[in-house]
Design a protein around this ligand. Structure first.
Ligand SMILES: Cc1cc2nc3c(=O)[nH]c(=O)nc-3n(C[C@H](O)[C@H](O)[C@H](O)COP(=O)(O)OP(=O)(O)OC[C@H]3O[C@@H](n4cnc5c(N)ncnc54)[C@H](O)[C@@H]3O)c2cc1C
Length: 488
């Protein structure tokens, strides 16, 4: 008996149900398949590919330490699995499920093909607290509103026990050949734009565990009050680790609950805009619930990445404006908090959640650029780019998603900056050409008297852009556009 263990978005050994079941059965052949050449599979962007290499290196080393070898292969997953079964003599395939529409279709096809040939095919849940379909409204419909979804999820608290991490992973007598990871060219070389990513991140399971421990020792207790302050390290930064499955939400949930049992403040921990009403740990678990909600939405509304959930938005008069999109991408809009966020993203592959909301609102409402163009840029540049969370969040900001922010609520980037980055640490870090401006004009340099700008070495339009749009008029234009579709 030999089990082919197909790794995908579960790149860890701890609390990995497919791995646990495979090891209990006997020898294991672990494999990772890169089948993203097929564009329909939402091929990962540059930052995700950078992360994937580190994650696979780490997984291979962890497997090696337990006596197993990770096999790497490229090609359509079904074809690769068939080849490996023939080469190795494996008689079963185990994997942890994914929830992107294409991945569901792929897995169904592979499973039915294996079963038709009398082979064992089993899949497990390593990725979610509650898989899609498990939670439904009283009418048996999918939730479209977050708060009741979260309540239903929290009612399941503590449901699954962790599965053990195997100490030894016996392998097959005959090991099939593997690709060399270096030949997959996942990391950039000419030019090598990843220095900022290397400086900030260490992909892999042990690094994910260490990050969780650091967060639980420190920022979690202040999370409810500090999670909206981008100049403070107040969030867990676990998103890429969660995305690649280097840590699972059940591990996070249990670890948080072990230190802060459920109780006070568990209700209404955050509203959609992130306003906090609960304790740090409860508020944090509520954010984990947003991740679950995103997966729930993607499962029940598989066109979430392409099509607005509110169909009237199909007629929204987006302004196809490549110049505006490019200024936004490069952090050259003239709005300091927006530019700081876009530069943080470019350099580190990550952006603080509050700032993601601000930059997304600016693109969609101030510039009237289609949310899908913003989502595509995030897809390419985020190390945590995730089809469910990215699509659901963009739709939420654009006002066309489930439980979305109302379209008429338009963030004022200068006021958002002053409120959430009052001492200017964030903007000064990412927009150093404004560093010497005093706090009271840092988020709206166009309001500063000429003498104050000169004293800070700032020349608007030269050393830093003048605002590319006037926010008040842009807001009016956005509201008028919204009225057009509302009347239909
Ligand atoms: C326009 C936009 C696009 C986004 N795209 C992504 C994306 O591609 N991938 C992604 O993981 N998150 C995305 N988010 C959600 C959120 O910004 C990030 O999850 C968060 O900033 C990650 O940082 P953290 O790990 O420190 O979060 P923490 O505040 O420490 O939260 C813990 C975890 O909860 C989850 N989480 C937190 N907020 C959200 C949320 N609003 N929606 C879904 N899950 C959440 C994440 O897994 C996160 O790691 C997006 C948000 C916006 C507004």
């Amino acid at each position: 008996m030999l089990t082919l263990l197909w790794f995908s978005r579960d790149l860890r050994l701890a609390d990995n149900p497919a791995l646990d079941a495979a090891v209990r059965r006997g020898p294991v052949l672990p494999v990772f398949i890169d089948d993203t050449a097929d564009a329909a599979n939402h091929a990962p962007g540059g930052a995700s590919r950078w992360w994937l290499q580190g994650s696979l290196e780490s997984l291979a080393a962890d497997l090696r330490a337990r006596g197993a070898t990770l096999i790497l292969r490229r090609g359509p997953a079904g074809v690769v699995i068939d080849a490996l079964l023939a080469e190795s003599g494996a008689d079963a395939v185990y994997w942890n499920r994914r929830y992107e529409p294409w991945a569901i279709a792929r897995a169904e096809k592979i499973k039915s093909g294996l079963k038709a040939r009398g082979l064992e095919a089993r899949s497990f849940n390593a990725t979610l607290l509650a898989e899609p379909g498990r939670l439904a409204t009283q009418k048996g419909e999918p939730y479209r509103v977050f708060t009741p979804f979260r309540r239903a999820l929290q009612a399941l608290d503590g449901l699954d026990a962790a599965v053990p991490t195997p100490r030894n992973i016996p392998g097959p007598a005959r090991m099939p050949p593997s690709d060399a990871l270096a030949h997959w060219n996942l990391r950039p070389s000419c030019p090598d734009w990843a220095a900022g990513l290397r400086a900030q991140w260490e992909p892999g399971e042990s690094s994910a565990q260490a990050r969780l421990e650091r967060f639980l020792d420190g920022a979690v207790s202040r999370y409810a009050t500090q999670r909206n302050l981008p100049g403070t390290p107040g969030t867990s930064q676990l998103s890429p680790h969660l995305h690649f499955g280097e840590i699972g939400p059940r591990q996070v949930w249990r670890a948080v609950r072990a230190r802060a049992p459920a109780g006070n403040g568990a209700r209404d921990a955050t509203d959609g805009a992130g306003a906090a009403h609960g304790s740090g740990p409860d508020t944090y678990l509520s954010e984990i619930a947003w991740r679950e909600f995103s997966y729930h939405l993607l499962f029940h509304f598989p066109r979430l990445p392409e099509a607005p959930l509110r169909p009237e938005f199909n007629a929204f008069p987006w302004d196809e404006n490549p110049g505006a999109l490019q200024a936004w991408q490069r952090g050259q809009t003239g709005y300091p908090i927006v530019d700081a966020g876009m530069r943080e993203l470019w350099q580190t592959g990550w952006m603080h959640n509050r700032v993601r909301m601000i930059v997304a609102s600016f693109l969609v409402k101030d510039l009237l650029v289609d949310w899908r163009a913003g989502a595509a840029w995030f897809w390419d540049t985020l190390v945590d780019a995730d089809l469910a969370s990215n699509s659901a969040s963009w739709q939420w900001v654009a006002g066309c998603g489930a439980d979305a922010a109302p379209y008429f609520r338009v963030f004022n980037p200068a006021l958002q900056g002053a409120k959430f980055d009052p001492a200017g640490h964030y903007v000064r870090r990412w927009v150093p050409e404004l560093a010497r401006l005093p706090d009271d004009v840092l988020h709206a340099p166009w309001e500063a008297a000429a003498g104050r700008l000169a004293a800070a070495g700032v020349t608007l339009g030269t050393s830093y852009p003048a605002p590319m749009v006037d926010h008040a008029s842009a807001r009016q234009r956005a509201l008028q556009s919204f009225e057009q579709i509302r009347k239909r």
